[in-house]
Design a protein around this ligand. Structure first.
Ligand code: PGA
Length: 244
């Protein structure tokens, strides 16, 4: 269960969130729990989560280790502060910051090289769904952004299916729609990495997951977890989702 805070909260608000959130998930051992905070809040998140099962994640990273890349943050920098997860290829990065399948693959390889656990996002836009191209889009994103990993690399990847039209819109994919997309993605994993890798891989659903719809989504055997934006900003709301 991963919260994607996007560009929300200050360091102080991060600490305050954890104070409320940790007691609510203290006995939640059924899943990994990740808070993906803005870069500058990661030290506060790591410090606040110390001694708990909650882990801190970043929302992006650059693929070079270091260098003249003004404004970028690298894998070794994230590992060094105790950040352990990273979201890669979120649709907002694709839409506003020129992320492509090729850069998704580069970032994912860099994350793995530096000991981070990547959550790699894929998902279709509304017009792609309406024109019947969902599978084609997912296949292109998988082949360009993920399939270039070795089997050993892929074993450490979590996939997030996030239909773009469901993100921040309050329109969730129905559990059946999400499960269909997850099944299709798992089939691509199976064809590339084998049946065992496919059954072992975790595919999260993301897009307007809320306390009142998480149970229906999680009832689908194909859905292994959730990547939650808006509803992860409030401690009680995200704890309800984690403890669905
Ligand atoms: P949302 O965002 O839950 O606010 O729709 C999900 C995401 O973008 O990861």
């Amino acid at each position: 269960m991963a919260g994607n805070w996007k560009m929300y909260k200050t360091a102080g608000e991060t600490t305050a969130f954890f104070e409320k959130f940790l007691p609510l998930v203290a006995s939640s051992t059924h899943c990994d729990i990740v808070i993906a905070a803005p870069f500058v809040n990661l030290p506060a998140a790591v410090a606040a989560a110390a001694g708990s099962r909650v882990e801190a994640g970043a929302q992006n990273l650059f693929w070079a280790k270091e260098g003249a890349y003004t404004g970028e943050v690298s894998g070794p920098m994230l590992s060094a502060i105790g950040c352990s997860w990273v979201i890669i290829g979120h649709s907002e990065r694709r839409q506003y910051f020129g992320e492509t399948d090729e850069t998704v693959l580069k970032r994912t390889k860099a994350a793995l090289e530096h000991g981070l656990k990547p959550i790699v996002c894929a998902g279709e836009r509304l017009e792609e769904r309406e024109s019947g191209n969902t599978d084609k889009v997912l296949q292109t994103q998988f082949e360009g952004g993920i399939a270039g990993l070795s089997e050993a690399e892929f074993a450490r990847v979590t996939i997030a299916y996030e239909p773009v039209w469901a993100i921040g819109t309050g329109k969730t994919a129905t559990p059946d729609m999400a499960a269909d997309a997850h099944r299709f993605l798992r089939g691509l994993v199976s064809a590339r990495y084998g049946a065992e890798a496919a059954s072992g891989t975790r595919i999260l659903y993301g897009g307007s997951v809320k306390p009142d719809n998480v149970r229906g989504l999680m009832a689908q055997p194909e859905i292994d977890g959730a990547l939650v934006g808006g509803a992860s900003l409030d401690a009680a709301s995200f704890a309800t989702i984690v403890n669905f």
